[in-house]
Design a protein around this ligand. Structure first.
Ligand code: FAD
Ligand code: MLT
Ligand code: ZN
Length: 471
């Protein structure tokens, strides 16, 4: 890249909006886990949509590839540039205005670099709920959430980012601005273009703003931590809860003993709610927008039935919001805790909820045969069929030797997932980590159509190249 382009980028975003020195760029060139590293010609930090459009147009004119980046909490290397040193990282974190809050329309319009927690807090301050919730919510941005179609812990009731979005503003790979920032719940005027950008991981354009749905605030909540005998008990328990609580069932997370053990070992202040060890745990949350919804009674009667049917062997119901927070910390701490045990090989697969028990049994067996002693860290959003099948090396094992096995262990999990009619990514996306696997598990016609779309939006391949589509 010529000094000339850098100079022109500086003219658009100001001298402090372009970072070109190695130390300044370091944090933008690797991901949260330090699992992926790249280099870049520069990191550019525009301050508004117009600046984004001008930066992208300049890069397009110079034939320079752009890598959009939000909070950089992604787990598959999608926001990390390649090692050529020729790409520009486009950080959206200065686009963080809340443009509009329309209570009558139940929508909030926010810029892409706004941190998810800021959006949740702005909604709460207006007596509303923005329901997307995930462990990285203090750092991840709305643009990254949209680009990965983020899921999290409330999908069961509110859906993924696709379901929560009404409109988008997007800078296309050639620098034109697509104005799709409408707040309509119904719009049947042809193809729903915004859905193409959601989940595209920045390969079709740069999202600069979004109109998001709001919901009535939660006014009553009941949370319980349960000990379960098996994954099948978890699946049956969802049925009991759904029968008795209906759509007030908001969260249903399941964790293996291995997952919880890592949190108990590494997270400050974490303690086991039970005296005895159990093979599986569930975290259940019921929510209602009415203040006196009698949720505790609903939860108690569901638990009563669950105990009778041997689906639950022990239970702790949170007696205060602080206790509920402590129970959630046991669940949300898994990702961080696993990092203390050496490399964590992450897989975020999904199968139909009805097939989860057989899937877990078959996959665990195959993994243990592939690498005796492997520690399987299975947990996740079982209410919507999404399991995180994360792996840690055997006790005393070598990090490098374990990393070498990454591809063949992933294949064991993906083959099993495919066999059970599932998908190899439920929420984190493809990025660079699953790019080559996609060729094996996605139908060839799907891939052909996806390549066709890429060609329409980005014929020169300058928007986040090397991500999603297999080489
Ligand atoms: P980044 O990591 O910066 O980018 C992610 C992808 O989006 C990249 O491909 C990037 O190029 C693209 N991108 C970013 N901004 C834009 C934009 N404005 N326009 C176009 N493309 C863009 N994810 C879940 O879905 N559910 C979970 O429960 C969950 N839990 C997590 C827990 C922890 C502890 C951590 C570290 C991560 C978790 N994640 C989870 C993954 C991650 O937080 C999400 O993928 C999140 O949506 C990424 O947002 P970000 O702003 O950090 O995006
Ligand atoms: C989570 O739900 O905790 C994350 O999506 C999974 C992970 O960090 O592997
Ligand atoms: Zn998750």
């Amino acid at each position: 890249m010529t000094a000339d382009l850098i100079g022109r980028l500086r003219q658009v975003v100001g001298p402090h909006g372009v970072i070109g020195d190695r130390d300044g760029m370091a944090g933008y060139l690797t991901d949260w886990r330090n699992a992926y590293r790249g280099t870049a010609a520069a990191v550019v930090r525009p301050g508004d949509t117009d600046e984004v459009a001008r930066v992208v147009a300049l890069c397009h004119g110079a034939g320079v590839a752009v890598v959009p980046q939000g909070g950089n909490t992604g787990l598959c290397g999608g926001a990390v540039p390649d090692s050529s040193g020729r790409q520009v990282v486009l950080s959206l974190t200065r686009l963080r205005r809340i443009r509009d809050l329309d209570l009558a329309n139940q929508t909030i319009t926010v810029e892409a670099g706004t941190v998810l927690r800021t959006v949740q807090e702005a909604a709460a301050a207006a007596g509303q709920l923005f329901p997307l919730s995930l462990g990285a919510e203090g750092s991840c941005t709305i643009g990254g959430n949209l680009a990965t179609n983020a899921g999290g812990t409330a999908v069961l009731r509110y859906g993924t980012m696709r379901d929560l979005t009404l409109g988008l503003e997007v800078v296309l790979p050639d620098g034109r601005i697509w104005h799709g920032l409408r707040g309509l719940r119904k719009d049947n005027t042809g193809y729903d273009l915004k859905q193409l950008f959601i989940g595209a991981e920045g390969t079709l354009g740069v999202i600069t703003a979004a109109v998001l749905k709001l919901f009535p605030a939660v006014r009553s909540r009941a949370t319980a931590w349960l000990a379960l005998p098996s994954p099948q008990a978890a699946v049956d328990l969802i049925g009991v809860l759904r029968d008795l609580a209906g759509d007030r069932l908001t969260g249903f997370e399941v964790m293996s003993r291995q997952s919880v053990e890592f949190v108990l070992r590494h997270a400050t202040g974490a303690r086991d709610p039970f005296d005895e060890r159990h093979p599986w745990y569930a975290l259940v949350e019921l929510c209602d927008s009415l203040p006196l919804a009698g949720l505790d009674a609903v939860l108690e009667s569901a638990l009563g039935e669950a105990f009778e049917r041997d689906l639950v062997v022990d239970a702790v119901v949170a007696a205060s919001p602080a206790q509920a927070t402590a129970l959630w910390a046991l669940r949300e701490g898994i990702s961080e805790a696993q990092n203390h045990e050496g490399p964590s090989l992450k897989h975020d697969v999904t199968v139909p909820v009805s097939r989860i028990a057989a899937f877990v049994a078959g996959t665990d067996r195959a993994l243990s045969e592939a690498l005796p002693g492997i520690r399987i860290v299975t947990y996740g959003h079982v209410g919507d069929g999404n399991l995180h099948y994360n792996l840690s090396k055997p006790v005393g094992g070598d990090d490098a030797e374990f990393r070498v096995r990454a591809a063949d262990l992933a294949r064991v999990i993906y083959d099993s997932t495919y066999g059970f009619g599932g998908s190899i990514s439920a929420e984190h996306g493809i990025g660079q980590s699953k790019r080559e696997s996609l060729a094996d598990y996605k139908d060839s016609l799907d891939l052909q159509l996806m390549r066709g779309l890429k060609q329409v939006f980005d014929p020169h391949g300058l928007m986040n190249p090397g991500k999603i589509l297999p080489g």
